[in-house]
Ligand binder design. Structure first.
Ligand SMILES: Nc1ncnc2c1ncn2[C@@H]1O[C@H](COP(=O)(O)OP(=O)(O)O)[C@@H](O)[C@H]1O
Ligand SMILES: N[C@@H](CCC(=O)OP(=O)(O)O)C(=O)O
Length: 376
């Protein structure tokens, strides 16, 4: 098998023992399974939950706390314990673990997004294992990923992973929550995620996890839209991840598993993380050129401008029926667009003396079919 870039997400349910505390046996098995992937030359990025589970009992909580402050305090204690476990076990495999704690802001801020990308790339180049978790101690409730499923999808798109392996306590996606209906049937392969699937997935997860299968499916949907295939399931033994890579995993495979080009990182940022500073409305010709001909947006197709924005801001683009077509980085200030909207490129060149006549270049434009928009 050729060398692949693999993101492995381990949920709290796969890192804990029945009383909800961190299980060193489980953690050790995951580390050994990752080490087997590394021995085959694959690059691995680990998204690990488990900080809250690892930390709550040391603070005297009888069960996993439900309050935000309780979870944040437990995570502050548990993240250190979790990393100590990873460090001890990865050292035995002669591998270097590297902690990265991210928040929603690290994705929405373009500089921090690029910095996080550079750090991961450098760590991979050096053969280290980035271990990513949400920075629970500082995340504000409304800005959190909530669980690490969506974080793992965003990271796998970001690093252009070949596959995202979501390890959990259930061996795949069923047509009903198997805990509620033991007769539920398992999907072993899905080419795509249809909206009906979200309906079969329960938000209710295990005792220690957050988000249940619902958050895994919406994460899988986002990963697919970014060109990443997904596996959701479980496994035992040190070869469990190799088994998944060889198509023998105990779970559900999702995606085409063809080597398709993933979405460029700058477009991922525009599509999933940027905040729009304003809007423009375009005519039908421009809509056709943008959506079907892969062209850039020229001033001639612009009907009107809303809001005040600067060059290099991200703006929304609507058609005349009010439908949001997509987002892109503008090369023009809103005042400049007011001056040149509806005019040909030659008029624009003389009016504004700009070299670039494209208001939005096609490399900085993302069409947004509604279901692909991730709303944090
Ligand atoms: N349709 C479904 N198929 C499989 N599992 C489901 C489904 N709906 C809900 N679940 C539940 O999702 C749980 C896994 O989610 P969660 O506890 O959040 O895991 P993790 O901690 O690994 O992120 C399983 O224990 C299972 O009970
Ligand atoms: N960041 C949190 C993850 C919370 C959580 O429950 O996540 P998950 O088990 O992936 O559903 C932690 O480390 O405990």
């Amino acid at each position: 098998m050729r060398r692949q870039r693999i993101v492995v997400k381990i949920g709290s349910s796969s890192l804990t023992n029945p009383n909800g505390q961190l299980s060193m046996d489980k953690l050790t098995e995951h580390v050994q399974a990752i080490s087997e992937l590394k021995k085959k030359g694959h690059e691995v990025i680990l998204i690990s939950s488990g900080a809250v589970a690892a930390g709550f009992s040391a603070l005297g909580y009888p069960i996993k706390p439900t309050s935000i402050s309780g979870k944040q305090a437990a995570a502050a204690v548990g993240q250190g314990l979790l990393m100590r476990g990873y460090l001890e076990q990865f050292q035995k495999e002669n591998l270097i673990p590297a902690q990265m704690l991210l928040t929603r802001d690290d994705f929405s801020n373009r500089h921090r997004f690029n910095n996080a990308y550079s750090t991961i790339s450098e760590l991979l180049k050096k053969g280290a294992i980035p271990i990513i978790n949400e920075n629970d101690t500082t995340s504000i409730q409304e800005l959190t990923f909530g669980d690490n499923d969506m974080l793992s999808a965003l990271v796998s798109g970001f690093v252009h992973a070949h596959i995202l392996c979501i390890l959990t306590d259930v061996n795949g996606l069923y047509d009903e929550n198997p805990l509620k209906n033991p007769q539920a049937k398992r999907y072993t392969y899905l080419q795509e995620i249809k909206p009906e699937l979200l309906a079969v997935a329960d938000e209710k997860g295990s005792k220690v996890g957050t988000g249940g299968m619902k958050s895994k499916i919406s994460a899988a949907h986002t990963a697919l839209s970014l060109g990443v295939n997904i596996f959701i399931g479980k496994g035992t033994g040190v070869t469990k991840l190799l088994d998944i890579m060889e198509g023998k995993g105990d779970g559900t495979y999702i995606g085409s598993f063809q080597s398709e080009a993933s979405m460029p990182t700058n477009k991922q940022w525009i599509a999933l993380h940027s905040t729009s500073a304003g809007s423009i409305i375009i005519d039908r010709g421009a809509e056709h050129a943008l959506l079907f001909l892969g062209k850039s947006l020229l001033p001639a197709g612009i009907k009107s401008v809303e809001g005040s924005f600067s060059s290099q801001d991200v703006i929304n683009v609507y058609n005349e029926s009010g439908y949001l077509l997509g987002k892109g980085t503008t090369n023009y200030h809103s005042n400049e667009i007011e001056q040149v909207k509806g005019h040909s490129s030659s008029v624009v060149k003389t009016t504004l003396q700009k070299q670039k006549t494209e208001v939005i270049h096609r490399n900085n434009w993302v069409a947004l079919p509604k279901p692909f928009i991730y709303e944090p």
